[in-house]
Design a protein around this ligand. Structure first.
Ligand SMILES: Cc1cc2nc3c(=O)[nH]c(=O)nc-3n(C[C@H](O)[C@H](O)[C@H](O)COP(=O)(O)O)c2cc1C
Length: 212
């Protein structure tokens, strides 16, 4: 009887240890967008993304300061099979930089000056082979953050259909699309779409299907 009890105890102990061993994997948490972007920025500055090999004809390029637009961008990429490209600022935005209640914060000052062009820190990308670019950003003071202006002036969208999308607290996409279209000077720009922070896969999917 003692022997049987000891065997049962050993089996139970092994099972418990195996379960504990699995825990850290299942609890892996996603790194916040800004931190991930900052790391990428440090690694990739001045490098070029090697996308010369065969790739999808859809690119989903986005800037996301706090991760909301990133989630929508990832949904678009999953639905379209497109490549994802994060527009990472060379100088990351701190919480203080993003404080819209402070008229002297970096974001407020940038949005008040249409000529500011924050530098992009992520690796350069070749637009060759892409026919559609979804372009995502958060709304800052009713329009696109200035780093989007840097992006659209940096690349040529000749022969490319550009589809803006944004996330915001409540504002619409406003004049962001026409603003960027004017700065880009080429490309076929479609009417953009605004999503809330809790946009579902179905919301994104039905929008994409409606574009066809
Ligand atoms: C500097 C700044 C200005 C903002 N201005 C607006 C605005 O004018 N209207 C609005 O609805 N939301 C505004 N927001 C809220 C963001 O658009 C919203 O939280 C967005 O989903 C954030 O996206 P992200 O997490 O991808 O950065 C602002 C946020 C910041 C940081």
């Amino acid at each position: 009887m003692k022997k049987i009890l000891s065997i049962i105890m050993t089996v139970l102990l092994c099972a418990a240890l195996t379960a504990c061993g699995d825990q850290p994997q299942t609890e892996t948490k996603e790194t916040p967008a800004a931190t991930e972007g900052q790391k990428e920025s440090a690694e990739n500055t001045n490098a070029e993304v090697d996308n010369t090999a065969a790739h999808p004809d859809v690119l989903v390029a986005y800037f996301s300061a706090t991760g909301t637009t990133k989630k929508v961008a990832e949904k678009i990429a999953a639905i379209t099979g497109g490549d994802l490209y994060e527009i990472v600022p060379a100088e990351p935005y701190s919480d203080a930089d993003l404080n819209w209640n402070d008229r002297n914060s970096r974001s407020t000052k940038e949005q008040n000056d249409k000529n500011v062009r924050p530098e992009i820190g992520s690796a350069e990308i070749s637009m060759e082979g892409y026919t559609t670019v979804y372009l995502g950003f958060p709304i800052w003071w009713g329009e696109e953050p200035r780093i989007l202006d840097t992006f659209v002036e940096k690349y040529s969208f000749e022969g490319i259909t550009v589809i803006p999308f944004c996330t915001s607290g409540s504002s619409g996409i406003g004049r962001s699309g026409p603003n960027m279209e004017a700065l880009a000077g080429n490309g076929t720009w479609l009417q953009g779409k605004r999503f809330g922070g809790n946009a579902s896969d179905a919301d994104v999917q039905s929008w994409i299907e409606g574009l066809k």
